[in-house]
Ligand binder design. Structure first.
Ligand code: PLP
Length: 410
C-alpha cells in the first residue's frame, strides 16, 4: 500500500464551523419560529460590480472567436493585470514594485499555502494567536511544524499572543524564526498595525534574516489615514517580505478566484551551501511547475477593478460593509460591551462580558438575540473570551441584529 504523508495525521481537527452549524441546527429545531441572523458570515454577499461583469462578458466573447481565443496564459499572469497592479496598488502610493515581481494566482489562500514549498522544511515559524488557520495547517502538512505539543500548538511554531494588553499586535518572537506570518488588517481581530509597529517588524526581520509573509487580503477596508496598506511602505521591506493580496474581499471575487503575491527581486534566502538565492526565482519555478495561470476571463475582470468606474463601484460595496461594521461596533458599545477592530476591517472583535468563555457567549447571543457569531477560541487560545462578528450580512439584517444586541440582558 502507498504510504501516506504522516504529517496529515498531526493536523488539528477543526470543529469550529461544524460545531456552530450543529448548534444552530439544534436551536432551530427546538425554536422553529426564531428568525436567526448570522453575524458569522466570512464571505462577501454583494454581487460582482457591473464594470467587472461587462469586462468578463467581453472576455468570454473573445474566447468564442478563433481570432481572439486565448489558451494557456503566462503562469505569472497577464501583463495587462500585473501592470495595473504595479501602478495602482503600488506606484500610485509611492511604492516602487515592478510588474514582474507580481505573480497572479487563483487567490491568496493558495499562495499562502504554497509559499512553504520554497523554504526549508526545517525553518522555524512564528504565527499570531489568534490566527487564520491556513498558516499553521500548511506548515503542519509539510512537516515544518514538527510534532504537536501536549499543551497545544507545535514544536516548531512559535505562537505570538495578540491580546488586549498589547493592542492585539504581537511582541517580537523569542526564537528568531525564519518565517513570520503577519496579517493586517487582521482576521479575526479586525485590528490594523501602525507604520511604526510594522517598521519594528521589518527591522527585526532584516536583523535576524527572517522573511515576513504579509497577508493584506483586507487592505481595501482601511479607512484611517496613515495605516499602512502594504508592508512595502516600510523601508527595507523589499529585502525581507513577501506580500499576499486578494480580489476576494476587495472586489467580491470569492467565487471567481483571483489574487496575487509580490516577491521582490531584492528578497533573498540562503541555500544549504551558504549561497544567497533570489526567492523570486524559486517562486517563479514553483509556479511554472505546479500552476498554469489564473483564467483569462477572471484576469480581465480583475483588470476592470482598476478602472475609475470599477473603483467607484467596489468602493460602494466596501462602504456598505463598513457601514454595517460601524453599526455593529456602536450596537455592541451601547449594550455595554467592549469592541476592537471593525474600523478598517470587516471584522469586529467583541470581548465577552463577565469573563464568559467564547462558546458560552455564543450560546447567550443565540438564545437571547437569535444571533450567530464566531467564537474567538476557534482561532487560537488567545481568542478565548472574544467573539468575532462580520459585516457581510445585509444592512437590513445588521440593523435588526443591532436592535436585538441593544436589548441584550448582560
Ligand atoms: N487571508 C485571510 C486572512 C483571509 O481571511 C482569507 C479569506 O477569508 C484569505 C487570505 C483567502 O483569500 P482568497 O479568497 O484570496 O483565497
Amino acid at each position: 500500500m502507498a504510504r501516506i504523508n504522516d504529517n496529515f495525521e498531526k493536523l488539528p481537527e477543526s470543529y469550529l464551523f461544524s460545531t456552530i452549524a450543529r448548534k444552530v441546527k439544534e436551536y432551530k429545531e427546538s425554536n422553529p419560529e426564531a428568525a436567526l441572523i448570522s453575524l458569522g458570515i466570512g464571505d462577501v454577499t454583494l454581487p460582482i460590480v457591473p464594470t467587472v461583469i461587462t469586462a468578463m462578458q467581453a472576455a468570454v466573447a473573445e474566447q468564442g472567436a478563433v481570432e481572439t481565443f486565448h489558451g494557456y496564459g503566462p503562469e505569472q499572469g497577464y501583463d495587462f493585470l500585473r501592470d495595473k497592479i504595479a501602478s495602482h496598488d503600488y506606484k500610485d502610493r509611492g511604492i516602487d514594485i515592478s510588474a514582474d515581481d507580481i505573480f497572479i494566482s487563483d487567490g491568496a489562500k493558495s499562495d499562502l499555502g504554497n509559499i512553504g514549498d520554497i523554504f526549508s522544511t526545517d525553518s522555524l515559524v512564528a504565527v499570531t494567536n489568534p490566527v487564520y488557520p491556513v498558516y499553521i495547517d500548511t506548515n503542519v502538512m509539510s512537516g515544518r511544524a514538527g510534532n504537536p505539543l501536549a499543551e497545544g500548538g507545535f514544536e516548531r511554531i512559535e505562537l505570538l499572543p495578540c491580546v488586549e494588553s498589547n493592542g492585539f499586535v504581537p511582541e517580537l518572537p523569542m526564537r528568531a524564526p525564519e518565517l513570520i506570518y503577519l496579517c493586517y488588517p487582521n482576521n479575526p481581530t479586525g485590528i490594523t498595525i501602525s507604520k511604526d509597529e510594522l517598521k519594528h517588524w521589518v527591522d527585526y526581520a532584516l536583523k535576524n534574516g527572517s522573511v515576513i509573509l504579509y497577508d493584506s487580503a483586507y487592505e481595501a477596508y482601511i479607512r484611517t489615514k496613515g495605516v499602512p496598506h502594504s508592508i512595502y511602505e516600510i523601508d527595507g521591506a523589499k529585502e525581507c517580505a513577501v506580500e499576499f493580496r486578494s480580489f476576494s474581499k476587495t472586489a467580491g471575487f470569492t467565487g471567481l478566484r483571483c489574487g496575487y503575491t509580490v516577491v521582490p527581486k531584492e528578497l533573498e534566502g540562503v541555500d544549504g551551501k551558504g549561497h544567497k538565492v533570489q526567492l523570486r526565482k524559486l517562486w517563479n519555478r514553483r509556479q511554472t511547475t505546479k500552476f498554469n495561470g489564473a483564467s483569462f476571463v477572471i484576469q480581465r475582470g480583475a483588470e476592470a477593478v482598476f478602472t475609475p468606474e470599477g473603483q467607484k463601484e467596489i468602493r460602494k460595496s466596501i462602504d456598505y460593509y463598513m457601514h454595517n461594521a460601524d453599526l455593529l461596533r456602536e450596537g455592541m458599545k451601547s449594550a455595554g460591551l467592549k469592541t476592537f477592530g471593525g474600523t478598517d476591517a470587516p471584522y469586529v472583535w467583541v470581548k465577552t462580558p463577565y469573563g464568559l468563555d467564547s462558546w458560552k457567549f455564543f450560546d447567550e447571543l443565540l438564545s437571547q438575540a437569535h444571533l450567530v457569531c464566531t467564537p474567538g477560541s476557534g482561532f487560537g487560545s488567545c481568542g478565548e473570551g472574544f467573539v468575532r462578528l462580520t459585516a457581510f450580512n445585509t444592512l437590513a439584517n445588521t440593523t435588526k441584529a443591532v436592535e436585538r444586541i441593544k436589548k441584550l440582558k448582560i
